[in-house]
Structure formats: structure tokens, C-alpha cells
Design a protein around this ligand. Structure first.
Ligand code: SAH
Length: 277
């Protein structure tokens, strides 16, 4: 993997596979979805959804002062949909999503919709981002320790993670997006966020073990490197393909008894690909 900012340089040696028997595939028996904790995949558009008209565009500035109010409205909606962690809601209220998308799309930034970010990739809709972060924070009273994000994209979720964790390593395989994220994040000066250019399929051993791992792209299975780099007590949240050809959100907890996998609601993420382009 190529790294292009601090700390260190180049990949470290890989830890030996400790749990070779764990496939983390969805074709194993007994992995029924757990709808009890799931939120709806398709967000219902309510009259409280901030509309383009509610967002003031000011020349040269993108969205004006109103964006705070529009974000507050988005946060209320997320809370009503079941996002409960106060730190997640606070971060969603603070990070300006409109700064991570093209200015032509800025007016839609606080609608619950995914948006193109270039090179065929998308930024996930806010309800899915908040849902995944809520899953990472569940039951925690302290901030997360070190976190690994696979799929930096435009850097929006990385900025949120930087509010929730002591250290964030975010990997992107597309150089164009890695550079775009760096540009988007530059003014935020998040000293605890490390942007990496590389293939996230192999994780990032140098930062391991991680209290949390979150993927924004879905593969056929969870790569073994991710579970190997998950700290005891840590949690991984990722989209994974189901045998039926769709994708589901999967949570893997590193418990004293081993890895425990829970399959949640269906989701639609861009594919997890290998190699750096
Ligand atoms: N969290 C991002 C979402 C980006 S979309 C955001 O807030 O914008 C998912 C990203 O995962 C894409 O940019 C895609 O290029 C990246 N991706 C896919 N496979 C990858 C891999 N193996 N390693 C690193 N990034 C990967």
C-alpha cells in the first residue's frame, strides 16, 4: 500500500492469520437477518426533509449560514429514525456535508440521498452513514480508540469518524478520490485523521489493532485481514454481498469467545475492489 501522509511510510509486516477458519461469508447457515434492530433501507421522505429551497446558496461560499439549521433538521430526523448515540448526532450536526460534494449538488447535501463524488463512486446517504456510526458507538461511553475506514471517498465519513475516535486511518484505492478527500479535509485540520492511498482489502497493519473497522464498499466476504486487525472488544461494520445477489450490513464483534457475526438490513454500496488505481 502507498501511504501519502503521516505517520510512517509503507506497509508493516502482516500479522499471522489467527483465525483462518473464520470465513465471514453470508452463505453460512444460521445467519438470519436481525430486523429488530434494523432501520428501513429506503428512507421515507417526510415533509421535514430539508429541501433545496431551504438551503441558501451564497456566491463563492457554497451554502450560507442556513446550513446549520438544515443540518439540525437532518439530525432530528436521524434521531427519529433510531440513531441514538449523542456523539454521532453531534458530529452529524457539525460536519458540513455540502463541502464534500460538487457545488452543483450542494443544495441536495442534506437530503437523505446518496450523491456522486466522481470516478463512479458515491457518498452514502446520511441515514446509512449515521446508522453505521451508531453501530460502532453502541454501548460505548468513551470515545473510540483507533479506527480503520476502508473507502475514504470524498472524506465526509472520515471527518465524522475523526470526531468520534482518537485516531482514524482512512484508506482509498482511487488516487483521484484520495486527493479530492485531502483537499476537502484540508481546512478542517483534523490532526487525528490519516489519509492513506492503498488497497483496503489488506487493511492497514501498521495501525492495528483497531477498536473499530468500517467499510464503505461491499465485497463477497469480509477480507480476513480486517478481522485479524480487529482488537479484542472491537467491532467491524461492513456491507457484504448476500447469496441472493444483494448486500446486507454485517456487524462482527471480537468477543472473548471469538468473532460473532450479525447480519442486519439490506444496503446498496459500491463494490469493494482490489488494487490501487
Ligand atoms: N465514506 C465515503 C464513501 C465512499 S464510496 C465518503 O464519505 O465519501 C466507497 C469508496 O470505497 C470508493 O471511493 C471506492 O473507491 C473505495 N474502495 C473500494 N474498494 C476499496 C479498497 N479495496 N480499498 C480502498 N478503498 C476502496
Amino acid at each position: 500500500m502507498n501511504r501519502s501522509n503521516k505517520p510512517g511510510s509503507g506497509p508493516g509486516s502482516f500479522p499471522p492469520a489467527k483465525r483462518p477458519g473464520f470465513p465471514a461469508r453470508l452463505d453460512s447457515a444460521g445467519l438470519a437477518p436481525a430486523p429488530a434492530t434494523a432501520v428501513p433501507t429506503r428512507a421515507v421522505r417526510s415533509s421535514r426533509t430539508p429541501s433545496a429551497a431551504a438551503v441558501q446558496i451564497t456566491a463563492g461560499q457554497g451554502i450560507g449560514l442556513d446550513s446549520q439549521a438544515v443540518r439540525a433538521s437532518m439530525v432530528r430526523k436521524l434521531a427519529s429514525q433510531g440513531v441514538s448515540d449523542s456523539q454521532v448526532l453531534k458530529a452529524m450536526g457539525q460536519v458540513e456535508r455540502h463541502r464534500f460534494v460538487d457545488s452543483a449538488l450542494a443544495a441536495q447535501a442534506y437530503e437523505d440521498t446518496s450523491l456522486p463524488i466522481g470516478l463512479g463512486q458515491t457518498i452514502s446517504k446520511p441515514s446509512v452513514v449515521a446508522r453505521m456510526l451508531d453501530l460502532l458507538m453502541q454501548g460505548r461511553t468513551q470515545p473510540l480508540g483507533r479506527v480503520l475506514e476502508i473507502g475514504t471517498g470524498c472524506g465526509y465519513q472520515a471527518a465524522l469518524l475523526a470526531q468520534l475516535a482518537t485516531e482514524v486511518y482512512s484508506i482509498e484505492r482511487l488516487r483521484g478520490l484520495h486527493e479530492k478527500a485531502r483537499e476537502n479535509l484540508r481546512t478542517l485540520r483534523l490532526a487525528n485523521l490519516h489519509l492513506l492511498l492503498g488497497d483496503g482489502m489488506v487493511g492497514y497493519p501498521k495501525g492495528a489493532p483497531y477498536a473499530a473497522i468500517i467499510a464503505a464498499a461491499g465485497g463477497q466476504a469480509v477480507p480476513p485481514a480486517w478481522t485479524e486487525q480487529l482488537a479484542p472488544g472491537g467491532r467491524l461494520v461492513a456491507p457484504v454481498h448476500t447469496p441472493g445477489g444483494s448486500q446486507a450490513l454485517v456487524v462482527i464483534d471480537h468477543t472473548p469467545g471469538g468473532l460473532r457475526q450479525t447480519v442486519l438490513e439490506s444496503v446498496h454500496f459500491v463494490p469493494l475492489m482490489s488494487g490501487v488505481v
